[in-house]
Design a protein around this ligand. Structure first.
Ligand SMILES: Cc1cc2nc3c(=O)[nH]c(=O)nc-3n(C[C@H](O)[C@H](O)[C@H](O)COP(=O)(O)OP(=O)(O)OC[C@H]3O[C@@H](n4cnc5c(N)ncnc54)[C@H](O)[C@@H]3O)c2cc1C
Length: 287
């Protein structure tokens, strides 16, 4: 099922054959946590990779495999492709061991993004759990680039522990730039003086007008269900609450059907869906 034309979530079409990976060179690697790294990649052909916040690429470790990874970089910097990868298995493990100078393959950008521009003129609430902050970082950067176009913008971020928080060096910068950033951890350590609990507990701290709010949620599915419900309980319309769904994927372009979720193909109809389109399916693992 192709993405509907005319919707603001429709991404720019990738150039060239979408099944042929473009070679990219690893420019830099930053360790975020024990099992997660952020890498900046530059295409060997010198062409940038234009993307919308929320889109993903199929990232290939040559000779190992290819996996979908969200773009976590700045949409205003198409010259630099940034990915944040958590080591959970064969391909992501290999990707997390790359070093500057290594070559990887990239297909994309693919999928429907967050459509953050739909939040212009109103408030935006970003709710992220764990590595879910990675696909939302481009939203934050897009909002900061046009701060005056948005009303109150809250970033609510929950991590398992202080050691597992991503982008820690940026959170204060986002606050200084006029975002309302709240952080919570499931389990504190001795250094932690902040909130302890689950991310939905931060929602009462967020000031927003539900009639003109866009809610963007990414994290484990259970967390997304509760966070999305908390937003609609506060009066945000389900059509203005969006979640990013992960399913096993192969082609990334709607050909193979691997990521089918009832009537949707997550790779082309998502990964970002409005709650009123996907809500009941959030409990369905694979079909
Ligand atoms: C649209 C989309 C965007 C994504 N963005 C990111 C991202 O920005 N950063 C990132 O690190 N990962 C992201 N993922 C998840 C990533 O694609 C998987 O972790 C990866 O495919 C696992 O492959 P593997 O070969 O490393 O592990 P495998 O050997 O295939 O699996 C190892 C273990 O991980 C589990 N696993 C497999 N897929 C997933 C998954 N999707 N989520 C959680 N556990 C899984 C398996 O059940 C198994 O237990 C995204 C997935 C999708 C669909």
């Amino acid at each position: 099922m192709p993405a509907e034309s005319g919707t603001t979530l429709l991404p720019p079409a990738p150039a060239g054959d979408p099944m042929v990976p473009r070679p990219v060179r690893v420019e830099s690697v930053r360790r975020e946590t024990r099992d997660t790294v952020t890498m900046d990649l530059r295409a060997l052909d010198g062409e940038g990779l234009v993307f919308a916040p929320g889109q993903f690429t199929m990232l290939q470790a040559f000779g190992v495999g290819e996996v979908p990874i969200s773009i976590s970089g700045d949409p205003a910097r198409p010259d630099l492709l940034t990915h944040t990868v958590r080591d959970v298995g064969g391909v992501t493990g290999s990707l997390c061991r790359v070093e500057p100078g290594d070559l990887l393959g990239v297909r994309g950008a693919f999928g429907r993004g967050w459509g953050v521009e739909d939040g212009r003129g109103g408030d935006v609430v970003v709710v992220a759990g764990g590595i879910g902050l990675a696909p939302l970082r481009p939203v934050v950067l897009a909002v900061l680039a046009e701060r005056a176009a948005y009303g109150r913008v809250s970033v609510l971020y929950g991590a398992r522990s202080p050691a597992e928080m991503l982008f820690t060096d940026e959170l204060d910068t986002w606050t200084a730039a006029g975002l309302d950033v709240h952080v919570i951890v499931d389990v504190a350590d001795r250094s932690w003086t902040g909130r302890v609990g689950v991310v939905t507990e931060l929602l009462p701290d967020a000031a927003f007008d539900p009639d003109r709010t866009l809610g963007l949620v990414c994290g484990p599915e259970l967390m997304m269900r509760y966070a999305a419900a908390a937003l609609t309980d506060r009066g945000v319309e389900p059509g203005r609450v969006r979640v990013s769904v992960e399913r096993n994927m192969r082609c990334g372009i709607g050909l193979c059907g691997h990521c089918q979720l009832r009537g949707h193909l997550v790779c082309v109809d998502g990964p970002v869906f409005e709650l009123d389109r996907i809500g009941p399916l959030l409990t369905v693992r694979e079909l």
